[in-house]
Design a protein around this ligand. Structure first.
Ligand code: A2P
Length: 316
């Protein structure tokens, strides 16, 4: 399997397992199964509310001899309610304790959005704190300190626009090494790919399959279905594989890490096997034409009326 390389030579397998929406009661088996299949990169986050169960799976997999800690690459993310300086390290330590680890391979600021401690879901305007009040740069200073202390080998961000990355890069002692964003054929973000390439910032593609299992609150009932996209279906027929596999192979061909979520053993295997599919130049140019800047994850939950965030300020 292809690997991304960080500045210090550490590597990250390009295909990882996504765990957003993997339910308690399902995620333990999914992680154990994924490790048996050969997944060595697992993407987690505090807000997914399943890290304790994933931690149990890691511990049991290591005890059973399925994998060694040093062969795993584990990512987690700082939630919006812990952006104040004094909150960052305790949040990371809670994640480490839930995941039963002494260090993370990669720790990301989940969103460039700050919120009050314990803000309940669904989020209200009065739960939001503006970036003027808690600038991302302040949160980042503690991310850097956590890295220096060895709590996270690498640090980065998620859902950052180019302009937010540029601002952070200009003030950071340690540049972010990763931006995890939505990337799929309808949202190719080529300018982001180019900018991050020029700054040695890696990209991870989330929702590579269109995240059909997210809750109806976050979903437009008429949104497109990537699995039924004619171009994707035709390419899948040519390669005698599934549309999901083409979507994964496409992300890998662009040099981005990709973290399809599944809790189903057959689909976990199928997704893992997609790392061996080589798309042709024609396949890539056919898919290139599908780009239309369409987001499945719009970020509209931060832009509720009265919030200091708008979609323009988020993505612009
Ligand atoms: P399941 O977990 O039952 O396999 P995303 O990674 O974009 O968030 O998409 C996750 C959704 O895609 C989940 O509903 C997941 O269901 C489904 N999925 C994952 N892998 C495949 C696959 N190979 N074929 C079809 N659906 C898949």
């Amino acid at each position: 399997m292809k690997k991304l390389k960080f500045q210090n030579g550490d590597t990250l397998p390009i295909l990882g397992l996504g765990t957003w929406k993997s339910k308690p009661g399902e995620v333990y088996t999914a992680v154990r199964e994924a490790i048996k299949i050969g997944y060595r990169h697992i993407d987690c986050a505090a807000v997914y509310n399943n890290e304790a169960e994933i931690g149990q799976a890691f511990e049991d997999a290591m005890k059973a001899g399925d994998v060694k800690r040093e062969d795993l690459r584990i990512t987690s993310k700082l939630w919006n309610t812990s952006h104040r300086k004094h909150q960052v390290q305790p949040a990371l330590e809670k994640t480490l304790s839930d995941l039963r680890l002494d260090y993370l391979d990669l720790y990301l600021i989940h969103w460039p959005v700050a919120m009050k401690e314990n803000a309940p879901f669904p989020y209200r305007a009065e739960d939001m704190i503006s970036l003027e009040e808690i600038p991302v740069e302040e949160t980042w200073e503690v991310m850097e300190a956590c890295q220096t202390k060895g709590l996270a080998r690498h640090i980065g961000v998620s859902n950052f626009s180019i302009s937010k990355l540029k601002k952070l890069v200009s003030s950071a002692k340690q540049k972010p090494e990763m931006n995890q964003i939505e990337l799929q054929p309808l949202l190719q973000q080529n300018d982001m790919l180019e900018y991050c390439g020029s700054e040695n910032i890696h990209l991870t593609a989330y929702s590579p399959l269109g995240s059909r299992d997210r809750s109806a609150n976050f979903k437009d009932p008429n949104e497109p279905d990537l699995f039924e996209n004619e171009v994707i279906v035709k390419i899948a027929e040519r390669h005698n594989c599934s549309p999901a596999q083409i979507l994964i192979a496409w992300a890998i061909a662009r040099g981005t890490a990709v973290i399809p979520k599944s809790v189903n053993p057959k689909r976990l295997q199928q997704n893992f096997d997609a790392a061996n599919i080589e798309l042709t130049g024609d396949d890539m140019s056919d898919i290139a034409r599908l780009d239309k800047g369409f987001r499945f994850i719009t970020g509209s939950f931060w832009a509720v009326e009265g919030s200091p965030y708008s979609l323009e300020s988020l993505w612009g």
